[in-house]
Design a protein around this ligand. Structure first.
Ligand code: A3P
Length: 310
C-alpha cells in the first residue's frame, strides 16, 4: 500500500472535493473570519498545476513599482514564492486573532493562493457583487499526476515506497489534493465564461508556449497592464526571467531544503522539470487511456476540455 501520509495529510471528502483535514479546518476559519477587500486577488489551482509559477508572476507583476524585477533585493530572490504569496489554508492554520493583523498588513492589492474551489469559498469572496479577482491555472491531468508523484517523494518519509501506480489510482479516483481534478477545473472554466471580468482561466501548456502573451493577459486582467514604455524597457521580459523555472530553481532559498513555514514539504519540492508531456515517461498507454477516458466522460457535454490531444 501507499506509504501512509503524515497524520495532517489524511484526506477527507467535503462537498465533493478531497482535502487534507487541516485544510478543511482552515477553510472553516476563513469562512468565519476572512474579510475580503474589493482589490483582493485569488490565485486558484489544484496542486501541481503551475501554482508556484503563477504566484511568482502575479506577485512580480502586481508589485513591480515597489519591487523592480531586475532589482537585486527583489523578494523572489530571497523568499520562496509560497512565502511571497500565501495560501489561505496556510494563513488560517494560525489563530484567527494573529491572522487578522497579518492579512491587514499585506500590501495592496493583497494576493492569496487557494486550492479551494470557488464553490467552497464564502459568498463574500466569490459572489456576483464582490470585487475580488480570481486567476485559475489548469494543466494536462496526466502531467499533474506525474508531478504529484514526484512531489510526494520529496517529503514523505520513505520515498522509494511511493509507487507511481498507487498515486495514479488515487488520482483517477479523484482523491489527491483538491480533486477530482477535472471537476475543479471545470467549475472555474464555467465561472470564467460567466464572469470573464472577475475570473481569468489560464493553462500551463499555453503559458509555456507563449509566456509573453499570457503575462500580458494576466497583467491586463489584474488591472496593471504593461505600458509601451515598460515593454520597451524590458520589464515584461525581466519578470518572465525572474520567475522562470531555471532562475527560481537555482536560488539558494529554493534549494536550501528549508521547510515552508508550517507545511510538511520542502522549498525545493516545487521545482522539477516544468515541461508538458512528461507523462509519457511514466505511464503505460493503458494508464494514459484510462485517465483520458475518465476525464472525457466527466467533461462530456460541458464544452470544456484540457486543450491537449488525447
Ligand atoms: P513538474 O513536476 O512537472 O516539473 P505547483 O506549483 O502547482 O505545485 O506545480 C509544480 C509544477 O510546476 C512542477 O512541475 C514544477 O516543476 C513546475 N514549476 C514550478 N515553478 C515553475 C516555473 N517558474 N515555471 C514553470 N514551471 C514551474
Amino acid at each position: 500500500r501507499l506509504v501512509p501520509p503524515p497524520a495532517d495529510m489524511q484526506r477527507r471528502q467535503y462537498r465533493g472535493y478531497w482535502f487534507p483535514e487541516w485544510h478543511l479546518s482552515a477553510l472553516a476559519a476563513a469562512r468565519d473570519h476572512f474579510e475580503p477587500k474589493p482589490t483582493d486577488i485569488f490565485l486558484v489551482s489544484c496542486p501541481k498545476s503551475g501554482t508556484t509559477w503563477l504566484k511568482s508572476l502575479a506577485f512580480a507583476t502586481v508589485h513591480r513599482d515597489v519591487h523592480p524585477p531586475s532589482g537585486r533585493e527583489h523578494p523572489l530572490l530571497h523568499k520562496n514564492p509560497h512565502d511571497c504569496v500565501k495560501f489561505i489554508h496556510t494563513i488560517y492554520r494560525q489563530p484567527v486573532d494573529v491572522v487578522r493583523d497579518i492579512v491587514e498588513a499585506y500590501p495592496s492589492p493583497r494576493i492569496f493562493g487557494s486550492h479551494f474551489p470557488l464553490s467552497l469559498l464564502p459568498e463574500r469572496i466569490n459572489g456576483d457583487g464582490c470585487g475580488c479577482r480570481i486567476v485559475y491555472i489548469c494543466r494536462d491531468p496526466k502531467d499533474v499526476v506525474v508531478s504529484w508523484w514526484w512531489f510526494m517523494r520529496t517529503y514523505l518519509p520513505n520515498p522509494e515506497q511511493v509507487r507511481f501506480e498507487e498515486v495514479f489510482d488515487l488520482f483517477c479516483e479523484g482523491r489527491t489534493g483538491a480533486g477530482p481534478y477535472w471537476r475543479h477545473a471545470l467549475e472555474h472554466w464555467e465561472e470564467s465564461r460567466r464572469r470573464p471580468d472577475k475570473v481569468l482561466f489560464l493553462r500551463y501548456e499555453e503559458m509555456l508556449r507563449d509566456p509573453q502573451c499570457n503575462l500580458r493577459r494576466l497583467a491586463e486582467f489584474l488591472g496593471c497592464a504593461f505600458s509601451e514604455a515598460e515593454e520597451k524597457a524590458g520589464v515584461l521580459d525581466a519578470i518572465l526571467e525572474l520567475c522562470s523555472l531555471g532562475e527560481l530553481k537555482k536560488l539558494e532559498v529554493n534549494q536550501s531544503g528549508n521547510k515552508i513555514k508550517d507545511e510538511p514539504m520542502m522549498n525545493h519540492s516545487f521545482f522539477r522539470k516544468g515541461v508538458s508531456g512528461d507523462w509519457i515517461n511514466h505511464m503505460t498507454p493503458e494508464m494514459a487511456a484510462r485517465l483520458d477516458a475518465i476525464v472525457e466522460q466527466a467533461l462530456q457535454g460541458t464544452g470544456f476540455d484540457f486543450g491537449i490531444s488525447m
